[in-house]
Design a protein around this ligand. Structure first.
Ligand SMILES: [Fe+2]
Length: 212
């Protein structure tokens, strides 16, 4: 199925998330996609040194950020110092980025449909706003895998109760961009356990009815 020997590693890191004056303890999933020589890192949160150790001697081709919430991005600068790979973030979340890094912009604005090649496979960016305006999911079709950030979790959509979030928008993103993917697609999330498109799809109407 895959062109090469693609590996997907998860590093779980711990820290805090702050927005709207509150702060919460969180565990984040950091995803490393690659092979023996190169990799791409998604959301290098909280513990840059642990992530660099998981990367090992491999070249980091890109740092991809699923969205601009500070638990996902606040260690991106320190991780950049370790690996010097370009940082990508959808422009609609740069206002969140600037609350953490007022002096510097991300290197590249992610556009819907952008493709990132690593280890002979391709990650495709799907703009899935709702949790935040610039939330992006990454589809690794060769491995039947979706990296959903905080857009889709086991049991429902990402939170939409705080600033810059919108529930109808996240539902629309999930319905039109994610649920058309093959049901066997493994959904690897920004926090917590993985799920599949097929496991979540039957519950869309329940989520709409409950409103979160
Ligand atoms: Fe988030």
């Amino acid at each position: 199925m895959s062109a090469g020997n693609v590996t997907i590693d998860r590093v779980v890191t711990s820290g805090t998330f702050s927005l709207d004056g509150g702060t919460w303890d969180v565990d984040n999933n950091v995803w490393i996609i690659g092979d023996d020589s190169e990799c791409i890192v998604i959301d290098p949160a909280h513990n840059p040194e642990a992530i660099r150790q998981a990367v090992g001697e491999r070249t980091v081709k890109a740092i991809l950020l699923t969205h601009g919430h500070d638990d996902h991005i606040s260690s991106a600068g320190a991780f950049w110092e370790l690996v010097k790979a370009p940082i990508h973030l959808h422009q609609d979340d740069w206002m969140l980025w600037r609350t953490v890094f007022p002096e510097i912009d991300p290197d590249v604005a992610i556009m819907d449909g952008d493709e990132f090649t690593v280890a002979g496979s391709t990650l495709k960016a799907l703009h899935t706003p709702g949790h935040s305006p610039g939330s992006v999911s990454f589809h690794l079709a060769s491995e039947a895998t979706l990296f959903s950030g905080d857009t889709l979790f086991q049991g429902g959509p990402g939170a939409t109760g705080r600033s810059y979030s919108d529930f109808p928008t996240i539902i629309d993103s999930i319905r039109t961009r994610l649920f058309p993917l093959p049901e066997a697609t493994v959904v690897r999330t920004g926090h917590g356990d993985s799920t599949t498109i097929g496991a979540e799809k039957p519950h869309l109407d329940e989520w709409i009815a409950r409103g979160h």
